[in-house]
Design a protein. Structure first.
Ligand SMILES: [Fe+2]
Ligand SMILES: [Fe+2]
Length: 259
């Protein structure tokens, strides 16, 4: 019984869809999976992928990334689409709110990027960033990163067990390599939000899973383990196949009679 993590499945690519379809049900039937955003933008594909994961894993947790909130030419705005995705999760029994699994609380955190995450100014190339063209926001929502941060507030409390949190976006700038080594130099301006880090510390998380940058890592900063395990786009992948990352074994946190 394990808690595993993946992000950025991007199953709008047929190759990634095949990798999810090939996941063997027998291997994960007792495990819980965190999916830290960016499955796809089309609702049908999000539904199919979450449904397939739900068949293979005992428990699935999900929070949307930026791709889920693309609305293209549809009649909904991005927040209306968020509500549709939450309803979809309810139908599929996918957790988008905190839930306890094997004695450990898994706490999803909504997030969006704060342009001030990095002090350096973005390059001109940022004008082409897809979210600016494919998301549509209600006029009254204010700053997006503050809106999403506030959605988490009811869940920032004490929990009776260890907490593993997760978000799509990065909580700390140190989780990105230096700007001059990035292929997309403006990524730090659309990558994260320090308010998430405050919530992680208030939750006393032992580990935090995130996605979005498609740069995998596993490191401890000030006592919290930060993990990214993104499948990424086929052309970016350095290792073949789909491997879920183990965050922890869950048996030690169960009452003795349930282990
Ligand atoms: Fe992604
Ligand atoms: Fe993303």
């Amino acid at each position: 019984m394990r808690l595993l993590a993946i992000s950025d499945l991007h199953t709008d690519f047929a190759e990634n869809r095949r990798l999810v379809e090939q996941v063997a049900r027998a291997d994960y039937k007792n495990d819980a999976l965190i999916v830290a955003g960016d499955i796809a933008d089309q609702l049908e594909i999000i539904k199919r992928t979450l449904g397939q994961l739900r068949e293979k894993f005992k428990t699935v947790f999900f929070t949307p990334g930026n791709h889920e909130l693309w609305v293209r030419g549809s009649e909904w705005n991005s927040i209306e689409k968020l509500f549709k995705i939450q309803a979809l999760c309810e139908d599929l029994d996918v957790h988008w709110q905190p839930s306890k699994v094997g004695g450990v609380w898994v706490v999803p955190l909504f997030s969006w990027y704060d342009p001030a995450f990095d002090i350096e100014e973005p390059d001109e190339e940022l004008h082409g960033w897809a979210d600016f063209h494919l998301c549509r926001w209600p006029r009254e929502m204010g700053e997006k990163f503050e809106y999403f941060f506030k959605l988490n507030e009811p869940n920032i409390r004490a929990y009776d067990g260890p907490v593993v949190s997760f978000s799509h976006f990065l909580p700390r700038i140190e989780l990105l390599p230096p700007r001059d080594t990035l292929r997309f130099k403006s990524l730090p301006n659309v990558a994260g939000c320090g308010l998430i880090e405050n919530q992680i510390r208030l939750l006393n998380s032992v580990a935090h899973v995130f996605g979005h940058s498609h740069i995998n890592l596993d490191l401890v900063i000030d006592g919290v383990r930060y993990v990214q395990n993104a499948l990424s786009y086929p052309k970016e992948r350095r290792t073949p196949g789909l491997a879920f990352k183990e965050i922890m074994r869950l048996e030690p946190f169960l009452p003795a009679d349930q282990r």
